[in-house]
Design a protein around this ligand. Structure first.
Ligand code: ADP
Ligand code: MG
Length: 680
């Protein structure tokens, strides 16, 4: 830590500060109040309202201990307008003696707390109390209340912060003109105001943090985040990737063989990606598009460009079922064009098999697989492009490992769990983002219905009529616990019950404990129409594409998260004709479950659902700790402060270009020792 940044305090205090994440003077300066108390005014006892916190001051008329159920200390005060009892259920003898002395000397006390009306008249329980001898002025600013930890009182923390604020270098990262232009105060002024606001500051603006001072601080926080992300982005652009440029004939032949034409949105993202691949700096692009919008064909066209340029493509998916499905689709599309496609899943197999796979991976043009792709035994001879499907299901480390199998290959990440724009800018700021914002033509929206568990009979009837119409259905059972991914009983039970009740139909079962080959066999049978109702665990959550399926039943829908429900519902509505999603729930519903089910019932648009999810859960939960490459925000709120995210982004770009040293200082102020975390 550079000189002059340490906090001067005894080791015991430093330890507690450390617990709060406060290591440097700048950390103290940026440790901001949760709320404020108004000790700038006195309220006459007779006028004190019940409930709200007030400050009163009066002469001590009595100090007594009472023994009701337990011993308590009662201090009675009189301010001329009325009497008030201050009650302490725990106290030291020394406190009692000090109050007795004050009483004998005719001193007053100032008490801050909530008045309530007990049997003996108005009282305050455990008020904050201060003996005032003679004429001691009231504070001129509101009293901040800081987040703290055991053993570190507000008074001690306040004086540490006040000192840090007086001594720290509050040099601004932004020019005064810039601040004026954006109606924001200078940082130093903003910090002083937020730490000790004058009493006339509008309490609403302070409490809701919409005051310009708060906005300035939130902007600075977002600016630090954007600078960090932008730096990552720029340093990546200095690396050298293979320029993947070919004649485009392979992709054209693929497109000519498709039974459909690309949507305008697909065409646009194909062009964006193609331009990236032709450059020598490694692409790092996130392709977002709602469930069913057609990301797989975009990936295939992208792979053609790499393959035509003489490089290999690795295509990683989170589940064996999805990898197998991609393999089936991609090999059907590409093998007629003489492209070698290989499927790699599962860890097992003997040495000989692994050796064969290894050889095959070095030779194939396109290798599709699960995380098996990142095993040590797999390597590539000339990996130029990495595609990661359902990228949110992988950790940062796994994505990095796959990338390391090549020499700065281009990377395309795909996700159907849409990240709201502000969140994407805030957490994926070092990625370029392409969005497919349109579904292929001819899709009709999926109807959604909520049934309590008691109405299973109606669901059985729906399954019959779907099968009678030659369509197919999924029935998804939740695992009891996410971690006990082995708990299969519900799916086995449902399979047994449905097989009995619908004995005329073909009922299939797929779950995570089946061997890869078995899973593939069931999924193939379902795709080919050989199964009417597929009972499944969440293994089918992502990616599975069987257009003839038109009914999705989700059992215990209340146990699923919003993103999961949206993904599952997205398994239907992929073909022509109407589709239905039935959410079966077990009453009574918790408030949170009710809120989730309402969102999924009311909204079909994945981006809107994601926005609601963000609102219900907050960014930390939403993005998952594995995803968060940057620290979470403490003050700024991505929903409420969306305009500041935009401003911070633009400002970060400019600051890095024009005054990189100032940008570095800014980053250090906000991230300090956490800065290394951002290197990854
Ligand atoms: P997702 O974006 O969820 O991964 P998929 O790539 O699985 O979606 O595509 C969903 C379905 O839509 C597939 O059956 C695919 O062949 C089909 N599809 C993709 N693009 C088009 C298009 N432009 N017109 C018609 N159907 C399309
Ligand atoms: Mg997909």
């Amino acid at each position: 830590m550079p000189d002059g940044e340490e906090i001067a305090a005894p080791p015991a205090i430093l330890k507690r500060l450390y617990k709060l994440g406060l290591q440097r003077r700048d950390d103290l300066v940026l440790h901001l109040p949760l709320r404020y108390e108004d000790e700038t005014q006195l309220t006459p006892i007779a006028e004190a309202p019940a409930g709200g916190p007030v400050q009163v001051e009066g002469r001590i008329v009595d100090v007594v201990t009472r023994s009701a159920r337990r011993r308590e200390l009662v201090v009675r005060i009189d301010d001329g307008s009325g009497l008030l009892d201050l009650r302490f259920l725990s106290f030291y003898g020394s406190q009692q003696r000090a109050l007795e002395t004050a009483r004998d000397q005719g001193s007053g006390v100032r008490a801050f707390g909530e008045v309530r009306f007990g049997v003996r008249g108005p009282e305050m329980i455990h008020p904050r109390l201060r003996i005032v001898a003679g004429d001691s002025p009231l504070p001129e600013a509101l009293t901040p209340v800081y987040p703290t930890t055991a053993g570190l009182g507000q008074t001690a923390l306040r004086s540490l912060i006040a000192r840090a604020l007086a001594e720290a270098d509050l040099g601004d990262s932004l020019d005064a003109d810039w601040c004026r232009e954006h109606s924001l105060p200078a940082l130093a002024d903003a910090l002083r105001l937020v730490h000790s606001p004058p009493p006339e500051t509008p309490p609403i603006a302070l409490g809701e943090r919409s005051h310009p001072a708060w906005r300035r601080i939130k902007l600075d926080e977002l600016l630090a985040q954007q600078i960090a992300l932008r730096r990552g982005y720029l340093s990546r652009r200095e690396q050298l990737a293979p320029a993947l440029q070919g004649s485009g004939r392979l992709a054209s032949r693929l497109r000519a063989a498709l039974p459909f034409a690309l949507t305008a949105a697909q065409q646009r993202v194909v062009d964006e990606i193609a331009a990236d691949l032709a450059c020598r700096s490694p692409m790092q692009r996130l392709l977002q598009g709602d469930v069913g919008c057609g990301k797989t064909i975009v990936a295939a066209i992208t792979a053609c460009q790499a393959i035509e340029a003489g490089y290999q493509t690795a295509f990683m998916a989170p589940t064996e079922i999805l990898a197998a499905q991609h393999f089936a689709k991609l090999s059907a599309w590409l093998e007629p064009l003489d492209v070698g496609v290989l499927l790699l899943t599962g860890e097992g197999g003997g040495r000989a098999k692994r050796e064969r796979q290894r050889e095959a991976a070095r030779a194939a043009d396109l290798v599709v697989g699960t995380h098996a792709l990142i095993q040590d035994s797999v390597d590539f001879s000339r990996l130029g492009l990495v595609i990661i499907d359902e990228q949110h299901r992988f950790g940062v480390a796994q994505r990095l490992e796959l990338r390391r199998k090549g020499d700065h290959p281009h990377q395309l990440m795909m996700s159907a769990t849409p990240i709201p724009r502000t969140l994407a800018m805030s957490y994926c700021g070092d990625l370029d983002v392409s969005v497919i914002d349109e579904l292929p033509p001819g899709r009709s929206p999926v109807r959604t219905r909520l049934f309590s568990d008691g109405r299973r009979g109606e669901v059985i009837a729906a399954l019959r009529s779907v099968a009678a119409a030659g369509r197919q259905a999924y029935w998804v059972c939740p695992l009891i616990e996410e971690s006990a991914a082995l708990d299969l009983q519900p799916a086995l039970d449902t399979h047994a019950v449905l097989s009995e009740e619908l004995s005329e139909l073909r009922i299939g079962l797929v779950h995570g404990r089946l061997h890869a080959d078995e899973k593939a066999a069931v999924m193939d049978a379902f795709s080919a129409g050989g199964i009417d109702v597929l009972v499944a665990t969440t293994v089918i959550e992502v990616g599975v594409d069987v257009p003839n399926a038109s009914l999705m039943v989700i059992e215990h829908a209340e146990r699923f998260g919003l993103a999961q429900l949206h993904q599952l519902r997205g398994r239907v509505g992929r073909g022509a004709g109407e589709s239905l999603c039935v959410l079966l729930y077990q009453p009574p519903l918790s408030a949170a479950a009710r809120a989730r089910l309402r969102v999924i019932f009311e909204h079909a648009d994945g981006f809107e659902i994601a926005r609601q999810d963000l609102r219900l859960r907050g960014p930390g939960e939403f993005i998952g700790s594995r995803q968060a490459g940057v620290p979470l925000l403490r003050y700024a709120d991505l929903e409420a402060d969306a305009d500041l995210v935009d401003l911070a982004r633009a400002t970060a770009v400019q600051l890095l270009r024009e005054e990189p040293e100032r940008a570095t200082r800014h980053l250090r102020r906000w991230l300090g020792t956490r800065e290394e975390l951002l290197g990854a």
